[in-house]
Design a protein around this ligand. Structure first.
Ligand code: SAH
Ligand code: SF4
Length: 362
């Protein structure tokens, strides 16, 4: 559309809504308000999520008039590729630019069972975990559902070139998804929609630092989507030191909300525990954690802390990581050490963006 035409319609290219922000039901509503039969919405949805075009003009089973109307009223999310890093292990990490020049990270990880995509939900984060690079510049803004969706569609388009699928999604990029709850839920509903990308609910995991009211809300959503909790400490005092969010939502309240979630869904919970040398990695911490988790259907994922230059934390020695794991296992706790993907390309949450911000002083 030319600037001329835009001025006439009064629609500003920058403020046109993103097509990815519309649910199928919302598109049906739009179709009917625009004198089109309801089924047009399903055709549009199919072009967007199944055929995955990036331009309304490619929607060839729609009339030219309708295609022009769509183009005049909506836009696709454009993710400009600022940088791309490919790791030896097949992990690809992207730094994408948004329309307002903010930068976000998306990672595609290759596993033997398929490809998983790690998405970002906010530009920055305000939660302030002391070991995390994502929070260094605070929160700039929330992403819309469409901007989160775009990261998966783009990843799938890349995988389409080699006939592979996004088989799982983890919400473990920058941002606290439960501080952007409604957009995150809208994103999730679009991902699992059978007429869209149709990703299995059990193959999606949302990770939170423990925003308690929204853990209850999520428990009541009636989905099969997995929940992961960044616990990182076995008690209230140490957790508050590492994660200021624990002063807002204390350890015991987090655990209670998780019991509610488990009661409602019957699903296994993942606990993420970043091992930080000399801080939370001692045998007594493992003992205490085992005690807290003993009655829970859960799984502990130990993450050797990724070095963040702005922080002083160091990694736990390998033998001590194994010892921590063994103590948990001896108490009957299901535990693994996270396989580190893309370590050679700074794949830890927020690190690429932090480097980018440093260069450009956002
Ligand atoms: N904001 C959400 C999801 C994103 S982070 C959350 O905090 O759960 C994904 C995981 O990486 C979280 O468990 C987070 O605590 C952890 N993490 C962040 N920085 C890390 C670092 N430097 N080393 C290891 N794990 C880190
Ligand atoms: Fe935010 Fe998660 Fe980083 Fe904490 S670990 S600062 S919640 S992104």
């Amino acid at each position: 559309m030319s600037i001329d035409q835009l001025e006439r319609t009064g629609v500003n290219e920058m403020t046109k809504p993103f097509i990815y922000d519309y649910t199928l039901e919302e598109l049906e509503q739009w179709a009917m308000e625009n004198g089109e039969p309801k089924f047009r919405a399903a055709q549009i949805y199919d072009w967007v999520y199944v055929k995955r075009v990036n331009d309304f003009s490619e929607m060839t089973n729609l009339s030219k008039g309708l295609r022009e109307k769509l183009d005049a009223q909506f836009q696709f999310v454009t993710l400009s590729e600022i940088t791309k890093f490919e790791s030896k292990d097949g992990t690809v990490k992207f730094l994408f630019g948004l329309h307002d020049d903010h930068a976000i990270e998306t990672v595609i990880m290759k596993h033997n069972y398929g490809n998983s995509v790690c998405v970002t939900t906010q530009v920055g984060c305000r939660v302030g975990c002391t070991f995390c690079a994502s929070t260094l510049g605070g929160l700039k803004r929330n992403l819309t559902a469409g901007e989160i969706i775009a990261q998966v569609v783009r990843s799938q388009q890349i995988l389409d070139e080699r006939n592979e699928r996004v088989s799982s999604i983890v919400i473990m990029g920058t941002g606290e998804p439960f501080e952007n709850y409604d957009e995150t839920m809208k994103f999730l509903r679009t991902m699992i929609h059978e007429k869209g990308l149709n990703i299995g609910q059990r193959h999606i995991t949302v990770s939170t630092s423990g925003i308690v009211p929204n853990i209850y809300k999520f428990a009541d959503e009636d989905t099969q989507i997995n929940l992961a909790i960044s616990i990182h400490a076995p008690n209230d005092k140490l957790r508050s030191k590492l994660m200021p969010v624990n002063r807002r939502f204390p350890f015991d309240d987090v655990m209670e909300s998780l019991r509610y979630y488990q009661g409602k869904t019957g699903r296994r919970i993942t606990f993420e525990y970043a091992l930080i040398g000399g801080v939370n990695d001692q045998p007594e911490h493992a003992e205490e954690l085992a005690g807290v988790l003993k009655d829970m259907l859960c799984h502990v994922n130990l993450i050797p802390v990724n070095y963040v230059p702005e922080r002083k934390y160091i990694r736990t020695a390998r033998k001590d990581i194994f010892q921590f794991q063994r103590i948990l296992a001896d108490h009957g706790v299901n535990v693994t050490i996270r396989r580190e993907q893309g370590h050679d390309i700074a794949a830890a949450c927020g690190q690429l963006r932090a480097k980018h911000m440093e260069k450009h002083k956002e």
